[in-house]
Design a binder for this molecule. Structure first.
Ligand SMILES: [Fe+2]
Ligand SMILES: [Fe+2]
Length: 199
C-alpha cells in the first residue's frame, strides 16, 4: 500500500517536472503554490485525505499548460485576445489529462475550477461562490499571490504591500472572503518567503 502511495506521488512529481521543463515561468511556481495551499488549507480546517487532495491539486493546477502552444506560453509580452483564449483553455486541458485516472477525479475537478472567481467572473464555467470547490478557491488565492509577487517578462513583481492590498480589494469579488481572512494570519510567513526584500 505504501509503495502504491509512493508511486502515486512520484507520478505526480513527473507530471509537474514535464510542465516545468516546458515553461520556465512555471518552474518553482507549482511548488510555491502547493506550499501556500497546504498552509491555507490547514488554516481553513482541512485535514487527512481532503488536505492531501488539495495539496496534490495545487502541485498540478497548471498541468494543462502542457497543451498550450509554445509561442503563447513563452511570449515575452502581453497576450493578444486570441492568445489569451488559448491560455485560458489550460484548466480544461488539465482536467482532461487528470480525469483519465479515476483515482484523480477529485484533483481533476479542483484543477478544472482553479480560475473560477467568487463573483462568477472567472473561467471556464463562470461558477460562483460555494459552487466552486473549496480546493479551487484555496488554490486561486495562492496562485494569485505567487503570480503578483513574481517578475513577469512584461512587468516587475509587486511589493508584498501592493500584492496584499490587491487581495484585500478583491475580497468577495475574486476571492472567498473567509479564505482571505484565514490567509491574513499567514502573511508574515508568505511575505518572508516570497518577498524577502520587503521584509
Ligand atoms: Fe492556472
Ligand atoms: Fe498557476
Amino acid at each position: 500500500m505504501r509503495n502504491l502511495q509512493k508511486a502515486y506521488h512520484d507520478i505526480i512529481d513527473c507530471l509537474v517536472e514535464a510542465l516545468e521543463a516546458r515553461d520556465p515561468y512555471t518552474c518553482g511556481h507549482s511548488r510555491r503554490v502547493a506550499d501556500m495551499a497546504l498552509e491555507l488549507s490547514r488554516r481553513a480546517g482541512l485535514e487527512g485525505a481532503e488536505l492531501e487532495t488539495v495539496h496534490m491539486a495545487a502541485h498540478l493546477h497548471d498541468i494543462g499548460k502542457i497543451g498550450v502552444p509554445d509561442h503563447v506560453l513563452r511570449k515575452p509580452c502581453r497576450l493578444l485576445p486570441h492568445e489569451r483564449a488559448a491560455i485560458q483553455r489550460h484548466p480544461v486541458i488539465g482536467y482532461n489529462i487528470l480525469i483519465k485516472s479515476r483515482q484523480l477525479e477529485q484533483i481533476a475537478l479542483i484543477v478544472l475550477c482553479h480560475h473560477e472567481r467568487w463573483d462568477g467572473e472567472g473561467y471556464p464555467s463562470g461558477l460562483k461562490e460555494e459552487a466552486i470547490p473549496l480546493g479551487s478557491r484555496i488554490i486561486a488565492l495562492c496562485d494569485a499571490v505567487d503570480a503578483m509577487t513574481s517578475d513577469r517578462p512584461y512587468r516587475q513583481a509587486l511589493s508584498w504591500r501592493e500584492c496584499w492590498d490587491n487581495v484585500v480589494a478583491n475580497k468577495a469579488k475574486q476571492f472567498d472572503a473567509v479564505l482571505v481572512d484565514a490567509a491574513q494570519e499567514l502573511c508574515p510567513l508568505w511575505k518572508k518567503r516570497l518577498c524577502p526584500c520587503c521584509a
